[in-house]
Design a protein around this ligand. Structure first.
Ligand SMILES: [Zn+2]
Length: 407
């Protein structure tokens, strides 16, 4: 079926993108963002120009771009993907929960999710405006190839975790509102067309993102419309079907569904981005407060604890120093305490991880004092009062790097 939007591959300039947006009052707020948002239209197929690295970071993986990646072989159609999802729902013993978002009522959500699944082949299907988010699909997971960059990271033992394949099915005109992800996002558009707006992870942009999380929207208007003027140096492009986008961690983004879409993706956590995650704990705290989803928060904290155990094993003094400095920030700005609020996992568990994982450390990478057995926190020789006392770096950590954890 021909659609005025189908030829999205040729979108290069901001004007061209604006021309592609349907002339419907619904899209006016998006056109306002595109017109006044100081956004830069980019071609994510690369090669990526230097100024993008200046904005997003020096590493190729710091810049959002399309990966040259065969995600599904043979190419997966939207229809096939949908049938696999339905098969997952039917075969699941614990009935994989599939529901529409934003939620209205259980009954309404289930009906609109079902209707959406039956309508993925209609590019301009709008339905209730609700989408199916984050459905974990074991069948798609099996077929979904791991991108080369993940294999490379994995060969260098830099991968902490590779998340399962999850699917977002969105009707035309649905918005994935302003948010961030903590891992590398890999997002394959099996069907449809999406307009992405992404911002570099600068401290100022992350402040603006925290602010947007803290606003409770009484108008149900998407946060991107109220906040785009505060966010700087954003980029915009249209993702056509059968492309795979890399979304670097902590790049705030909002995604507009121009055509009913099936997006399959997964998150990849790497050691090299763990310090960034620690440093930006406040963003995660703001997000979890907005979500009010205790189960998800608990999972998030557990995940970080798992990753911390691994990254602390490094022999590299520079890495140790970066980690401990980031830790000091999290403790001092109160983010750690806020994160632990109402959690089953207690604050003390963090300390235990540090003390256990750093048993071999003989020097504090930040204070630069020797922390061998029998030295005090200033590195002075002294007699141990009790055999039960923590000794070495663990003791130093407790005295110097933990003292502000509880106020
Ligand atoms: Zn120290």
């Amino acid at each position: 079926m021909p659609s005025p939007l189908l030829n999205t591959t040729s979108c290069q300039s901001l004007n061209e993108i604006i021309q592609k947006i349907p002339k419907d009052p619904f899209w006016l707020p998006l056109i306002e963002v595109l017109t006044y948002g100081s956004l830069l239209a980019i071609d994510p197929r690369g090669p990526l120009p230097t100024y993008l690295h200046q904005l997003f970071g020096p590493d190729p993986l710091d810049v959002p771009h399309f990966l040259s990646h065969t995600a599904f072989s043979p190419t997966l159609t939207g229809r096939h993907a949908t049938s696999l999802i339905v098969a997952d729902i039917l075969s699941s013993t614990r009935r994989s929960r599939i529901t529409a978002h934003p939620s209205r009522s259980k009954e309404e959500d289930e009906i609109s999710a079902a209707q959406l699944l039956l309508s993925t082949s209609k590019p301009l299907y709008r339905g209730t405006g609700q989408g199916v988010w984050n459905f974990i699909s074991p069948r798609l997971d099996k077929l979904y190839a791991i991108p080369e960059f993940v294999t490379d990271l994995s060969n260098r033992q830099e991968v902490l975790e590779i998340g399962p394949a999850s699917v977002n099915i969105m009707p035309c005109a649905a918005i994935a509102d302003l948010h961030h992800d903590v891992g590398y996002g890999v997002a394959t558009l099996v069907q449809g067309a999406k307009l992405w707006i992404l911002y570099p992870p600068t401290p100022a942009n992350l402040d603006a993102l925290c602010l947007s999380y803290s606003q409770t929207s009484a108008t149900h208007q998407a946060a991107i419309f109220a906040n785009f003027r505060r966010l700087k140096n954003g980029i915009v492009f249209v993702q056509p079907q059968n492309t795979t986008l890399l979304v670097p961690p902590f790049c705030a983004h909002a995604v507009f569904t121009l055509q009913t879409s099936v997006l399959v993706g997964r998150e990849v956590y790497s050691k090299r981005k763990f310090v960034q995650r620690l440093e930006n704990e406040r963003v995660q705290v703001a997000w979890t407060r907005a979500e009010q989803n205790t189960e998800r928060r608990e999972r998030d904290v557990r995940e970080q604890m798992r990753h911390l155990k691994v990254v602390l094993k490094t022999e590299d003094m520079g890495e140790r120093e970066k980690m401990l400095r980031a830790w000091d920030v999290v403790v001092q700005n109160g983010a750690l305490e806020s994160l632990a609020e109402g959690m089953k996992c207690k604050l003390e568990e963090w300390k235990k991880i540090w003390v256990t994982a750093t048993r071999g450390w003989i020097e504090c990478p930040v204070c630069k004092v020797k922390c061998e057995e029998g030295n005090d926190e200033k590195g002075q020789r002294r007699v141990l009062r009790s055999k039960k006392m923590e000794v070495g770096f663990g003791e130093h950590f407790g005295i110097v790097h933990w003292r502000n954890a509880k106020r």
